[in-house]
Design a protein around this ligand. Structure first.
Ligand SMILES: [Zn+2]
Length: 284
């Protein structure tokens, strides 16, 4: 059973995994983005899921986040490393920088963000939504490998698929965000509800549109940066996966267990069976 999963975003649709098998999972929420690759990575069992589908056919708003997280939970995944292309919202977060966010702002509008529905009530704490243990391992590996890395920061998630207007971009800057993307919400919320650790390698491809001097940026530069970022992120994953997959000493699972308000006996039977892979972790 893979204990760790990598979810790849823009530019990362496949991962070299030894003895890779594709697993097709049916979920109560519909189909995940893609069949999940399961095999050995860095000596440990791992899974890989292409968030936008292998042919990049799924827009951020159309990603079935609940199906993705449910499918990973059903395979036994306890930790999720998210690799995500983002825009840099501060001068120092220039293209090519890897940011390891420790917080999020949700500015999405039309997404199913929770497993708590239909007779099952709970409130997950998102005060500190990123696994500190995993985040530290990933950041330190990036630093060790000589990449331009940022320890912490806030990721604002917008609905997309359009990029921000300049006016919006300036508002977000006034909120002191570090990077902007379209996919980590509600992926991180759902992972947390499901008792999984979550951490993101946010790979900066461009400066969004707040920077006056960036009018002339060309698509070839952005694509080259995207490719280089993906190879850095893969190298960090390969370097850390063994340590990441070790015994958890963080409190991510404990936080998930504090969320449910409805007792097991009061959860409707259909909901109980739909959420079985998740309930067995978060309700003792
Ligand atoms: Zn954790």
């Amino acid at each position: 059973m893979p204990s760790t999963a990598i979810i790849g975003g823009s530019g990362l649709y496949n991962l070299e995994i030894e003895n890779a098998k594709t697993v097709k999972t049916e979920t109560p929420f519909g189909d995940p983005s893609e069949e999940i690759l399961v095999g050995k990575l860095g000596g440990v069992e791992a899974a890989f899921l292409a968030r936008h589908g292998r042919g990049h056919t799924i827009t951020p708003s159309e990603i079935n986040f609940r199906a993705n997280v449910w499918a990973l939970a059903s395979l036994g995944v306890e930790r999720v490393i998210s690799i995500s292309a983002v825009g840099g919202m501060k001068e120092e977060n220039s293209p090519g920088t890897l940011v390891f966010p420790d917080n999020f702002i949700d500015n999405t509008r039309s997404r199913r963000k929770t497993f708590y529905t239909d007779g099952f009530v709970g409130h997950i704490s998102l005060a500190h939504p990123v696994c500190p243990e995993m985040r530290r391992l990933l950041y330190e590996s990036g630093k060790r490998q000589g990449y331009d890395v940022r320890d912490g920061g806030t990721y604002i998630c917008i609905e997309g698929p359009n990029f921000s207007t300049r006016a919006e971009s300036l508002v977000y800057r006034s909120w002191d965000v570090d990077v902007i993307g379209m996919t980590n919400v509600p992926e991180m919320n759902l992972c947390r509800e499901a008792g999984m650790c979550y951490a993101t390698i946010a790979c900066v491809t461009d400066y969004d549109c707040w920077r006056e001097e960036d009018e002339g940026v060309n698509i070839d530069d952005i694509l080259r940066t995207l490719r280089e970022n993906v190879s850095k992120a893969i190298s960090i994953v390969a370097d850390t996966i063994g340590a990441v997959a070790g015994e958890r000493s963080c409190d991510c699972l404990a936080v998930s267990k504090m969320a449910p308000l409805t007792q097991l006996k009061d959860i409707p039977n259909n909901k109980k069976s739909d959420l079985e892979p998740i309930l067995r972790r978060i309700i003792s």
